[in-house]
Design a protein. Structure first.
Length: 260
């Protein structure tokens, strides 16, 4: 396994860091693609400066790799992100046709009118059409994403949340699952979800309690303007039958509270 070199785009991000660690633990060599060498590096990994959207440094970053895990995502501009995925696939095809794994989002296909999710669906299509041996892992929303939404909502006196459901998952669980399948050279498309389908108002109450904060949660039933919030109300972002992680929302909240 130590002869396998895997390139991880987004290896400096919330999912990428634990993924790099899991791949190293699995015995692979890992090269992280980043726009700028980070101060905090994962011990044992090598780093390559490149930009998957501008295309700079890609050919060098792909030299000698037997696998690519494309975790990076430019949320600010879906068209640029899709072009970046295409750049990476083209360079990979010219660089010995490595196994290519792509991280997407459960339910993205069911959300209409949100460019970022449409971009993930387009990214999946490009990977499928690439001719490269590939794996697509669609994850549900990360616990820290739900945490971020609730932090934003908590700026108002009441916590206004969609009256819907989420099945959020820990990045460490996604990283372990993805690393295991990448190291086994698996192909195909799979969904990977959090351990529990929870009502968002209940998640919000637990979130307030974990902060020792009083406050009222107001579940919103009227269709909300944002397509992703409406998808949560419809239950379109969960996949109860999918393989699941083990770290619950309560685990995530207590670990976060312990860190302070
Ligand atoms: N957030 C969720 O709830 C959720 C749920 C399911 C799936 N996903 C998917 O999971 C993946 C990982 O998400 P994440 O939240 O960990 O990361 P992210 O915030 O989506 O992406 C951040 C990473 O992208 C890299 N990046 C951005 N633009 C780049 C560019 N032009 N060239 C090279 N690298 C670039 C950054 O690297 P540098 O800054 O070091 O250059 C950083 O490591 C994404 O594909 C996302 O769509 C997310």
């Amino acid at each position: 396994m130590a002869d396998r070199l895997i390139l991880v785009t987004g290896g400096t991000g919330p999912l990428g860091r634990p993924l790099v660690r899991s791949l190293l633990e699995g015995g692979a060599r890992v090269r992280v693609l980043t726009r700028q060498l980070p101060g905090r590096r994962v011990e044992g990994a090598e780093y390559a400066v490149a930009n998957y959207i501008a295309g700079s440094g890609l050919a060098r970053a792909l030299v000698g790799v037997s696998g690519v895990v494309h975790v990076a995502h430019d949320l600010s501009d879906p068209l640029r992100d899709v072009q970046g995925t295409l750049n990476l696939l083209e360079v990979a095809r010219a660089a010995g046709r490595p196994h290519f794994a792509y991280v997407s989002i459960v339910g993205a296909r069911r959300v209409r009118g949100f460019g970022s999710y449409a971009g993930k669906v387009r990214g999946e299509e490009l990977v499928e059409a690439s001719g490269l041996p590939h794996l697509i892992l669609r994850a549900t929303q990360f616990h820290h994403f739900a945490d971020g939404l609730l932090t934003q909502a908590s700026r108002l006196p009441r916590l206004l949340v969609p009256d819907g459901v989420l099945q959020s998952v820990a990045v460490e669980d996604v990283a372990r699952e993805l690393a295991r399948r990448v190291l086994a050279g698996e192909r195909g498309t799979l969904d990977f979800a959090g351990p529990e389908v929870l009502r968002i108002p209940d998640m919000a109450r637990a979130w307030l309690a974990a902060r020792g904060r009083a406050g009222r949660v107001l579940p919103l039933r009227l269709p909300l303007p944002h397509p992703v919030l409406r998808a949560m109300q419809r239950g379109d972002l969960v996949e109860p039958e999918a393989p699941r992680g083990t770290v619950t929302w309560a685990d995530f909240l207590s670990k976060k509270a312990a860190r302070g």
